[in-house]
Ligand binder design. Structure first.
Ligand SMILES: [Zn+2]
Length: 140
């Protein structure tokens, strides 16, 4: 079950919640004059359905919010040499680049080191054209 499993789980939760409300309501109207057994039966169903709804709801919510993290290589694919040089010139600055992996990351997402090779030596923050030419020199 991946993220798709969340939909049937939440759908089940919604159905059970409706059953819970319906049976709870039946229990409530039947509590006037009807036998105690009927009232108990309806309320028992309502509690069961409510519990089921809670469980399925939580499972569905969990599946929905679970994030599968891609590997750093997938998140930050290496650029070709030419694309890397172009990114140095054209990416909005500040931008962080790793001259070993040939990747670039917007500086606001940067953690101070390359997310792929963890290098902080080959990892440069580009603010100015001088920074950019330094990085370009490092890869040529
Ligand atoms: Zn790197």
């Amino acid at each position: 079950m991946g993220r798709k499993g969340a939909i049937p789980a939440i759908a089940t939760a919604v159905v059970l919640a409706v059953v819970c409300i319906a049976t709870g309501y039946s229990g409530w109207i039947n509590s006037y004059g009807d036998s105690a057994w009927t009232v108990l039966g309806w309320n028992f169903l309502a509690i069961l359905a409510g519990a089921g709804a809670a469980v399925f709801g939580m499972v569905g919510f969990h599946l929905l919010t679970r994030t599968t993290y891609a590997s750093a290589e997938e998140l930050f694919p290496s650029l070709s040499h030419a694309d890397f040089l172009r990114a140095l010139k054209e990416e909005p600055r500040p931008v962080c680049v790793c001259t070993r992996c040939l990747i670039h990351i917007p500086a606001q997402f940067s953690t101070g080191g390359c997310p792929r090779c963890n290098s902080s030596v080959e990892y440069l923050e580009i603010h100015t054209d001088e920074d950019a030419s330094m990085a370009a020199a490092a890869v040529s």
